[in-house]
Design a protein around this ligand. Structure first.
Ligand SMILES: Cc1cc2nc3c(=O)[nH]c(=O)nc-3n(C[C@H](O)[C@H](O)[C@H](O)COP(=O)(O)O)c2cc1C
Ligand SMILES: O=C(O)C(=O)c1ccccc1
Length: 382
């Protein structure tokens, strides 16, 4: 007898019909039906004319995989090693704030779903549940903390980093592309601001440093302080040096698009970067994230991990991003749609589909590990 091959597709297609939407179009449509108009607008939309949002997807469609055959792909190793830790898949959940917009259980549900697969959950500074309560919900699973700097009081980011460290988080992801919020026309039309609604306050209200910045105990004072702390237009390398002095955790800069910024990060002892344009939500008209990836990966030349996000919607997309130089890939909106559609169960089903597609795609491309995926040939479609 030869090796028995597990074909997840064959099993699924012959099993009882799944009631969860299959594929990105169906996921989007189901989410649109389920969500209220304004939160949905906030989640799906991009900045200004949404040129970058569209280009993030177009960039994926421009690349084509040139597969190899007649190699043994009976076993596919999807694991990756980042900062000396090995994770079962090359996927991470991108930091998405205020997940109560999608579901009452918010990050408790998404972090639990991620935990089932050993997927690192990157918790946002503006999450709906605090660092401590998410830790409680998912004690042993890998979690990273995304930091928004505060220009108003630098003791606040320091305090948050220390809380994340105490809670056993494994890395700090400093977002550098949100010195202020992008020009979001859908939200302007809808007059919608989740911060104004008090969402995203959980990490702040539980922080003693934040408490001392409140002028009184009104809801208005709280929201005012929240908005003040989130913006950080003076963020620079000087502040990053302070961050490095506060923690021994790996520091990852999220939002790199220029190879020179990537080189600077390496030179300054940064541990990792995320090539990202924030899902087209910040400056519209910037380069598609996937178009920025090859040059950034070349500049980094394997010295630190290069992560990628913005526009990943399928297992094939994951393979393309890895082949173009990413060491691992973050997904944003799709897991939030799945959360809104069916809570923890929805996110779990969506991840199952994604991972099965990742494995099938790697094998069909003629690779049997992430290392081999990174050597695949990709060409630009004519
Ligand atoms: C609703 C929403 C909220 C987000 N909140 C944050 C956040 O708090 N911090 C952060 O660094 N990025 C945030 N992002 C950006 C994501 O981390 C990620 O860069 C982006 O969603 C990736 O693109 P994708 O949605 O096309 O996968 C948010 C994105 C969305 C859609
Ligand atoms: O909406 C976002 O993309 C985002 O990153 C953000 C930034 C500050 C406050 C709330 C959300």
């Amino acid at each position: 007898m030869g090796k028995r091959v597990e074909d997840a597709f064959f099993k699924k297609v012959t099993a009882a019909k799944t009631d969860f939407p299959v594929g990105v179009e169906a996921l989007y449509e189901a989410a649109q039906k389920k969500f209220e108009k304004n939160p949905f607008g906030y989640i799906y939309s991009g900045a200004s004319g949404e040129e970058t949002l569209r280009n993030n997807r177009r960039a994926f469609e421009r690349w084509a995989i040139v597969p190899r055959f007649l190699t043994d792909v009976s076993e596919v190793d999807t694991s990756v090693t980042l900062f000396d830790k090995t994770y079962a898949t090359p996927i991470l959940f991108a930091p998405v704030g205020m997940q109560k917009l999608a579901h009452e259980e918010a990050e408790l549900a998404t972090s639990r779903a991620a935990a089932k697969f050993g997927i690192p959950f990157i918790q946002s500074t503006v999450s709906s549940y605090s660092i401590e309560s998410i830790r409680e919900a998912t004690t042993d699973s890998p979690k990273w903390f995304q930091l928004y700097w505060s220009t108003v009081d630098e003791e606040l980011p320091k305090s948050m980093v220390q809380r994340a460290e105490r809670a056993g988080y494994e890395a700090i992801v400093l977002t550098i592309d949100t010195v202020r919020i992008g020009w979001r026309e859908t939200d302007l039309r809808n007059q919608f601001s989740p911060l104004k609604g008090g969402l995203g306050k959980a990490n702040y209200v539980e922080d003693p440093v934040f408490q001392r910045s409140l002028r009184d105990d009104s809801e208005e004072a709280l929201i005012d302080a929240l908005v003040q702390h989130v913006h950080h237009p003076t963020l620079g390398w000087e502040q990053i040096e302070k961050l490095q002095s506060w923690t021994d955790l790996p520091i990852v800069l999220k939002g790199i698009l220029h190879p020179e910024d990537a080189k600077e990060a390496v030179a300054r002892g940064i541990d990792g970067i995320v090539v990202s344009n924030h899902g087209g939500r910040q400056l519209d008209g910037v380069i598609a994230s996937l178009d920025a990836l090859p040059a950034v990966a070349e500049a980094v030349a394997g010295r630190i991990p290069v992560l990628f996000d913005s526009g990943v919607r399928s297992g094939v997309d994951v393979v393309k991003a890895l082949a173009l130089g990413a060491d691992a890939v973050c997904v944003g909106r799709p897991y939030i749609y799945a959360l809104g559609i069916d809570g923890e169960r929805g996110v779990t089903t969506w991840v199952e589909h994604l991972l099965e597609e990742v494995t099938a795609s790697i094998a069909l491309a003629g690779a049997n590990s992430v290392k081999q995926v990174r050597k695949l040939t990709l060409v630009e479609n004519k």
